[in-house]
Design a protein around this ligand. Sequence first.
Ligand SMILES: Cc1cc2nc3c(=O)[nH]c(=O)nc-3n(C[C@H](O)[C@H](O)[C@H](O)COP(=O)(O)O)c2cc1C
Length: 190
Amino acid sequence: MINFSNSQVLGIIGSPRQSGNTEILVDEVLSGAEGAGAIVKKVILNKLKINPCQACNSCYKTGKCMHDDDMLELLKKMEECDIWVLGTPIYWWGPTAQFKLFLDRWYCPKHQDFKGKRVILVIPFEGGHPKYARHTVGILTDVLDYLNMELIDTILAPGVGSRGAVREKKNIMKKAFEVGQKAIKMSGTT
Ligand SMILES: Cc1cc2nc3c(=O)[nH]c(=O)nc-3n(C[C@H](O)[C@H](O)[C@H](O)COP(=O)(O)O)c2cc1C
């Protein structure tokens, strides 16, 4: 029997809405991964203190960010985990402010170390067509590409506005679970 228990998966929730559509979907991906033997962890960006990048280039000069905040601990978790499940709802065609603050802090050159990390994107939104997610998908796929990271899959959930509405989208819930499961089963890192 193959042992998949070495893979670590980190879910990162970019929505401020607790038990909202993003969290429900990320949890579903994590359940699939955990069922396949992974160790899973979850962070909610809205509960962390993450300051905005000041473009001071301190990280380029000293290798250290000028901010001493929760991003330091989060970066350690990110480094430990092979697979990240990055979830953000669409706010005005883009990711949430919480998610963008987090993303801007990937600027430090040390984050070239993200190379080879594997990512699942989770993006719920109220509009009924995938086009409403195109800018957010564009930003995130370009960033992953730029940092030589691997996109495993993207879970889009159009047509979900109210808290928990995604539970009614059985196909999307199923896909989320299966993507988490497959990411571990197909993982060469285990
Ligand atoms: C400030 C704000 C802006 C939003 N902008 C968009 C938008 O541009 N397009 C869209 O389809 N939905 C938009 N929505 C709806 C959310 O994407 C949707 O309710 C989503 O399911 C929220 O996910 P959550 O439950 O994880 O917070 C917006 C919601 C808020 C609060």
